[in-house]
Write a protein that binds this ligand. Structure first.
Ligand SMILES: Cc1cc2nc3c(=O)[nH]c(=O)nc-3n(C[C@H](O)[C@H](O)[C@H](O)COP(=O)(O)OP(=O)(O)OC[C@H]3O[C@@H](n4cnc5c(N)ncnc54)[C@H](O)[C@@H]3O)c2cc1C
Length: 373
């Protein structure tokens, strides 16, 4: 059985891994010379703590171990110390407290709320100005721009996956695909084309009414040598992530945001900070939803995010790089597996957590295709 996969982002690579480790012949087709899509533009946070109970939490928990295996076999940096989500206000602290007392226990999130001396001891007191810190023990951090290429190398070297870079797939049909470097035959085609809804399968994908989210991102150097080893979030993320957003206490957090900083709500700004292996930090993000993403970044949006970042870290930062990230968003479901024709399917994310759940999605989809599940 030969599997033809379109796209070398995290979804394409996850499906390639799951198929190749079962001994199937796998080809991956990527239009750029190296992956340059959402999977390398992101924070690299593989978050369990933020996922809503149910399938997303299950997938994130199952993905955790796969990331661990990959890091070891492919040799990329994986931080396994978890995340700190800081409560900056009374409302944020109440929400995190309620999460720990209720949902975390009920659904098995491994998280603890640090207060007082425990919180003040973090990074020599650097975060003592916050009210509390939720330590998400299962959250992991990769440096995507290194991890994704390392994963490609590993799949090529150890599992015999054949990569066809700088190759645009023009058309997919049962049994074959047509590309800019020729026609290839295969038993099953899996389209993992990210937020490109126009090149392939345009009509079936249009029925999903997909949208695109555009995010502003920065890489910064902190003026204090923090040697950060954890992913950082604040209470702002609680109105964004499904683990918290539907708890009754989230309403007060949202009301505070609307009263004190409506611009954050208007631009979908919620602060994430990710450590790179080199002492620098990836900072973002804003959320701008549309059918076609605007190419124009607002400087004011970057300034608001930098201000939040400096307040959260308690130190100044210097910007070293800026970019735009884009991902598929706001479908009816958080992700889709679409059987388009016999032997032709599409696997797509519609929310910004593909790094957190993608590895286990690949595993489950391939198991189901082969009749194992
Ligand atoms: C700024 C930003 C921050 C994020 N942060 C996080 C985070 O911290 N944690 C998390 O879990 N998720 C995060 N996400 C979301 C996550 O990155 C995405 O959900 C995930 O990367 C989507 O993976 P993908 O493989 O579907 O898409 P992509 O990575 O975009 O890959 C799709 C690939 O398909 C290729 N392709 C498309 N059409 C064709 C064609 N016809 N022929 C050949 N190749 C084709 C494209 O070139 C591309 O390389 C973030 C996203 C962004 C943009």
């Amino acid at each position: 059985m030969t599997i033809l996969i379109v796209g070398a982002g995290i979804l394409g690579l996850s499906h390639a891994y799951a198929a190749a480790k079962r001994g199937l012949k796998v080809h991956v087709f990527e239009r750029t010379h190296t992956p340059l899509g959402a999977s390398v533009r992101n924070f690299g946070q593989a978050l369990v703590t933020g996922q809503p109970p149910g399938v997303m939490l299950d997938l994130a928990q199952a993905s955790r171990g796969i990331w661990g295996d990959w890091a070891q076999r492919a040799g990329f940096d994986l931080k396994r110390n978890g995340s700190y989500l800081f409560a900056r206000t009374e409302a944020e602290e109440h929400l995190l407290d309620a999460f720990c007392q209720g949902r975390a226990r009920e659904f098995g999130y491994r998280a603890e709320l640090l207060r007082g001396a425990q919180k003040d001891a973090l990074y020599d007191g650097q975060f003592s100005h916050h009210r509390a810190a939720l330590h998400g023990l299962d959250d992991q951090q990769v440096y995507s721009r290194e991890a994704i290429p390392a994963l490609v190398q590993y799949l090529q070297r150890e599992l015999g996956v054949e990569f066809h870079f700088s190759t645009l797939v023009r058309d997919v049909e049962p049994g074959h695909i047509r590309t800019t470097t020729g026609r290839f035959n295969g038993t099953q085609v899996i389209v993992c084309s990210g937020h490109d809804y126009q090149t392939l399968l345009a009509e079936p994908l249009a029925t999903l009414k997909p949208q695109i989210c555009r995010l502003q991102m920065l890489r910064v150097r902190p003026k204090v040598d923090l040697q950060l080893q954890h992913s950082l979030l604040t209470g702002l993320s609680c109105v964004h992530y499904g683990a918290f957003a539907d708890l009754p206490q989230a309403a007060a957090v949202q009301a505070d945001i609307l009263r004190d900083s409506p611009h954050l709500d208007q631009h979908g700004i919620h602060l994430l900070i990710s450590p790179t292996p080199y002492g620098e930090l990836i900072v973002g993000d804003s959320h701008d939803y549309s059918r076609d993403p605007s190419p124009f970044n607002g400087e004011q949006v970057d300034n608001w995010m930098l201000q939040l970042c400096e307040e959260t870290l308690g130190c100044e930062v210097q910007v070293v790089e800026r970019w735009q990230g884009v991902y598929g968003a706001r479908g009816a479901q958080p992700f889709t597996w679409l059987d388009v024709a016999p032997g032709v399917s599409a696997a797509l994310m519609h929310t910004g957590v593909g790094m957190s759940v993608g590895p286990a999605m690949g595993e489950r989809n391939i198991a189901r295709l082969l009749g194992e599940a």
